[in-house]
Ligand binder design. Structure first.
Ligand SMILES: *Cc1c(COP(=O)(O)O)cnc(C)c1O
Length: 228
């Protein structure tokens, strides 16, 4: 990607594309995935119109919180229970609840802080062993169990699709949307289907995602060696 095009232009183009919503005409939230990005890059994206930002690591979230919190802050990475204090009560939405134990731990901490934490349940829709998330067959039970916890509200589902051909991705995205629809019919607080990254977000929006998490498409290629 040509960096001369610039973060600002890419944000404006993306926001314009999203104006009409997803294929079902529902509004879409664009979350800028800010891992490895500098505070300056993040501030530029927010100034250009980004309203929501998502971090992957609790430490990075803490270190960049001043600038991140100019927008709504999401947590989108694997969450360890010893890092909860950097995330619970400091984020609008935790996307990555992938076990009953984590749900309970978040709830306990939120309860102690006197807040209710909005979360999404992560689904391992591709059944990949290297990825986190509930098995699709388990997620509705997990949702029922989470409903008993006072410190969290489950607001929807999140997934990271596997690398695959379009036909497979379309089928998996449809399965996610079907699970989401089951939940939404039963509970009006269920609002978000967080599905889609730079490579696959168009397909996801065509199949009913209403929240996409974009890094590369906004900031350009990531260089993990780079120090912030
Ligand atoms: C990094 C990341 C993204 C964004 O990835 P891109 O391919 O750069 O758009 C989205 N979701 C999660 C969970 C991520 O870790």
């Amino acid at each position: 990607m040509n960096d001369a095009i610039g973060i600002e232009a890419r944000v404006r183009t993306l926001l314009k594309e999203l104006e009409g919503g997803n294929a079902f005409g529902e509004p879409v939230t664009l979350v800028a995935a800010t891992k490895t990005r500098t505070q300056d890059e993040i501030a530029r994206a927010i100034a250009a119109g980004i309203t929501d930002v998502g971090e992957n690591r609790a430490q990075e979230l803490r270190d960049k919180y001043d600038v991140l919190s100019l927008a709504r802050v999401h947590f989108i990475g694997r969450l360890q229970t010893n890092k909860l204090k950097y995330v619970v009560g400091k984020t609008a939405l935790i996307h990555s609840v992938d076990s009953d134990e984590l749900a309970a731990a978040i709830s306990r901490m939120a309860d102690r802080m006197g807040c209710v934490q909005d979360v999404l349940l992560e689904v391992n829709i591709g059944g990949e062993s290297a990825k986190g998330g509930y098995a699709p067959a388990r997620v509705l039970d997990a949702w029922a169990a989470a409903g008993k916890l006072k410190g969290i509200h489950v607001r929807g589902l999140m997934t990271v699709l596997p690398q695959s051909d379009e036909e497979t991705l379309a089928r998996l995205a449809d399965r996610m949307r079907a699970l989401f629809d089951v939940m939404r019919r039963e509970d009006e607080r269920v609002t978000f289907l967080s599905m889609g990254m730079s490579e696959d977000h168009s397909l996801c929006l065509a199949h009913g995602s209403n929240m996409i998490r974009l890094g590369t498409a906004i900031f350009g290629p990531r260089t993990y060696a780079q120090k912030n």
